[in-house]
Design a protein around this ligand. Structure first.
Ligand code: FEO
Length: 353
């Protein structure tokens, strides 16, 4: 369980850590858990930025209650409607009957469709602000990060950007929430895996949002995403990483992914690995049947070349390789040099897709 942490005077992390969910989106493994970060901002009005997954609503409310009485909430800002951030909205509304729900017009439509609440809602326009008495929130539309309704919220006086999924990471926070307190190497690696599995399809929208924020000329001291660490020491670093991953900037690495039922295709993979390494090029080698596909996708991100070792199976492509190729298409991780190998012991059979 996470305890509230004051980020700046009157601004609190009130999120939760999830060590129970084994697969994010029922797809991607969470060996280090995941956090759902929610933030409480106290001006004369009291504001909650994003909520948490429904199962953790009680913990969120307990966290809020340890700072203020949840009944005092005036606004809840919905940066993103995916249920890992909006799932506790009904409980928040139940406990804070006067709270108003704010989001982009698309977000508000989705709130009504998801939750059928009678609560007052307010659609915000791109660039509009909300004066909460002593603090000002500015709303920046940033669609498709990672659904169509998404926006960033910027807290003007404290120079904090709340970008929800953008600049996020897998990995729970275990009561240490800042980039200068956590194992940053682990979080950057988890962030890359998060990017490959959740965000990569929307790379052009990441670049568009970064450009938009740069052009606004706003000063950002802290980036407070809704998953993973709060970046206060070096917030630009995570932006640079997201930019690099989005641009598909090539890294000097070849990924070899193979399936092997009786060890023959594996032998070829080993020879390939040795030969590529002898050229001074790194390899990442995966036996697909025994590998976590989210780690394969993470290694494939920014790798300029991938070589598939693909046994014939029932006269077709080895099914796990087909699944990976399908994911590469869905996640738009396709711009790569492709190599294929196999033993072809059944006769000539080419992998293609
Ligand atoms: Fe973390 Fe797209 O939700």
């Amino acid at each position: 369980m996470g305890k509230p942490v004051e980020i700046k005077p009157g601004v609190y992390w009130v999120g939760v850590n999830d060590y129970e969910t084994k697969l994010f989106e029922s797809l991607w493994s969470l060996p280090h858990g995941v956090s759902y970060n929610s933030y409480l901002i106290l001006g004369e009005k009291k504001v909650l930025v994003d909520t948490v997954k429904a199962e953790y609503a009680d913990e969120l409310i307990e966290n809020i209650n340890s700072v203020i009485d949840v009944k005092e909430l005036d606004y809840v800002i919905v940066n993103h409607l995916e249920p890992d951030h909006s799932g506790s909205l009904p409980e928040i509304v139940k406990n804070a009957p006067n709270v108003k729900i704010m989001g982009t017009s698309r977000a508000i439509d989705m709130v009504k469709s998801f939750f059928h609440l009678d609560q007052e809602t307010i659609s915000v326009r791109d660039g509009s602000t909300l004066d909460i008495g002593g603090k000002t929130l500015r709303f920046i539309e940033a669609p498709w990060l990672h659904w169509p309704e998404t926006m960033f919220t910027y807290l003007v006086e404290d120079k904090i950007l709340f970008p929800c999924d953008a600049f996020g990471s897998f990995g729970a926070l275990s009561n240490k929430i800042f980039d200068d307190e956590v194992d940053l190497e682990l979080f950057f690696s988890e962030s890359k895996r998060y990017f490959a599995t959740i965000v990569s399809k929307y790379s052009k929208f990441v670049l568009r949002a970064i450009e938009k924020v740069k052009n606004l000329g706003i000063d950002i001291e802290i980036i407070a995403p809704s998953h993973g660490p709060v970046y206060r020491k070096n917030p630009i670093k995570i932006v640079e990483l997201f930019e690099r991953w989005s641009r598909n900037a090539p890294e000097k690495r070849v990924v070899i992914v193979y399936g092997s039922m009786y060890g023959n295709t594996k032998k070829i993979a080993e020879v390939l690995e040795e030969n590529i390494n002898s050229e001074g090029i790194d390899t990442a080698v995966y036996n697909i049947s025994y590998s976590d596909i989210s780690f394969i996708l993470s290694d494939l991100l920014n790798a300029p070349a991938v070589i598939f070792g693909c046994p014939t199976y029932d006269g077709n492509i080895f099914p796990p390789i087909r699944h990976l190729v399908n994911l590469l298409e869905i996640k738009r991780l396709q711009r790569k040099i492709i190599g294929l190998f196999g033993t072809y012991a059944w006769g000539e059979m080419h992998c293609h897709n």
